[in-house]
Each structure stands twice: as structure tokens, then as C-alpha cells.
Design a protein. Structure first.
Length: 248
């Protein structure tokens, strides 16, 4: 991306949309950008626009609402003649031990929906094995590298689930099906589906707030993860602003 001055503001020539689940995550991202944040109201969505020209959206919890809200923002931008060049699904999430401990960052090289398919007597079948749909979106490798190198984020699969993992058995089953999984969240695949429908590249960045496994609120470090999210965008924004979408 090339950053240019326009009417006294610093704006990105390739527009970036960051979609989080909830406002507290959106606000953590906003803290990485100096200057005022302005609100832009869209049908069914409220964008927060930083002085750097990045749009931040609290898209909602879960893949369905995240997809709908992201699609609304993408459609509005396209109709206005100013389409986005990159969508980033961001937030806190669970990390699979030992690869992604609490406090670490994960950038997805694969955004995979973990529970879209069918249960059978022989085990779970993803929707692709039923003959339709998709279960994985792959972010641009050059953008993944840029974020990983700038932030120290670990690179691997980030799973999207509609039900947060709360038992050791469920965590083990997910790892057996997805051995490259480092983290889980609830929105990435929905955001990626909306981006793919518009032909826009997508990234997913997660700050790990808790281990994937037995539900233990005493082990959650939400505040620390939100701080890590802010720091991650402070470091990755310059890297993405120099990222060339045509790089391999």
C-alpha cells in the first residue's frame, strides 16, 4: 500500500477494513492509530474511521453475523466507488497449546471453518466431502509474512467455530482433524466468505487470551490479549501499508 496525504489527513491508497467481533476489540485496534476516529453510519453497520484511513467494524459475534456485517461494509464501499483492497479479521481468541500460548499472536495462513459439515457413524465430514461449499480460505502469503515478521506472530491455521471449545475432548478432536491449528475464533471464516464474494484478499490476526480446552475463566487474560492486539496493529500497519497485493 502507498500512503499519501489528502486534505491534511494521511490516507491509504488501498483501503483496509478491519472486522472484529465486539466493540472492545475494535477499540483496541483503534488505539494503534494516532489521531481522531470518526463514525460512519451504514445500513446495519457502524464504521469507525481512523485518521490513517483504516475502517474498523465491530461486525458481531459468530460467522453468520460477521459475514453479513462485513458484506454490508464491502458492498457500501463498492457502491461508493471506493472499494477495499484488504479485509483483516481481528480479535482475541483461544490458542492451542503448546503452539500458541496465552499472550501470543497468531496470523492465519489458512482460515478454516471447523464445524461446517455432518456428523456420521465414521466421524465428522466437512461440507466439501459432502460435495459442495468450501471450508478454507487462504490469505495472501506475502501479507501473512509481512505481519508475522513485523509482530513476531506465529503462523498457522486459525479455526472458526460456532461453539467455543470448552472440553479437553473437543480440543483433542479439533487438533486431530486440524493438526496445523494454532488458534480458534468465531468470526474469521464468515469475514473471509464475505471478502471472497467481493474478490478482496483477507487476513486473520488473533491475540491469544486463553487456552483451547476446558473452560476455565480464571485462566483468561483478556486485558493482556487486547493490549497485544493494539501492539500488533501498531507494528503491522506500517508493514501492510508497504505491502504489494501482487507480491507472491
Amino acid at each position: 500500500m502507498v500512503v499519501q496525504a489528502e486534505e491534511g489527513l494521511i490516507t491509504a491508497s488501498v483501503r483496509v477494513l478491519v472486522a472484529t467481533a465486539v466493540p472492545i476489540e475494535r477499540d483496541a485496534v483503534a488505539q494503534a492509530f494516532p489521531g481522531a476516529v470518526t463514525e460512519v453510519r451504514l445500513p446495519g453497520a457502524l464504521l469507525c474511521r481512523t485518521a490513517a484511513g483504516w475502517d474498523l467494524l465491530a461486525a458481531g459475534v459468530g460467522p453468520a453475523l460477521a459475514a453479513a456485517s462485513t458484506a454490508a461494509a464491502l458492498t457500501a464501499a463498492a457502491l461508493a466507488g471506493a472499494p477495499y483492497g484488504l479485509v483483516v479479521s481481528a480479535g482475541i481468541g483461544g490458542g492451542f497449546a503448546p503452539g500458541a500460548p496465552v499472550g501470543s499472536l497468531v496470523v492465519a495462513d489458512a482460515i478454516t471453518v471447523a464445524d461446517l459439515g455432518a456428523e456420521t457413524a465414521d466421524g465428522f465430514l466437512p461440507v466439501t466431502e459432502l460435495g459442495f461449499g468450501t471450508v478454507t480460505h487462504r490469505p495472501p502469503p506475502s501479507a501473512v509474512r509481512a505481519v508475522s515478521e513485523a509482530t513476531g506472530a506465529r503462523t498457522g491455521t486459525v479455526l472458526t467455530v460456532s461453539t467455543v471449545t470448552g472440553t479437553a475432548a473437543r480440543a483433542a478432536a479439533l487438533r486431530a482433524r486440524h493438526p496445523d491449528a494454532l488458534a480458534e475464533g468465531m468470526e474469521g471464516f464468515g469475514v473471509a466468505e464475505a471478502a471472497a464474494a467481493h474478490g478482496v484478499p483477507v487476513l486473520e490476526l488473533r491475540a491469544v487470551s486463553n487456552p483451547v480446552g476446558p473452560r476455565d475463566r480464571a485462566a483468561w487474560r483478556i486485558g493482556d490479549a487486547l493490549t497485544a492486539l493494539t501492539e500488533a496493529f501498531g507494528k503491522s500497519a506500517p508493514a501492510l501499508e508497504s505491502w504489494n497485493p501482487h507480491d507472491p
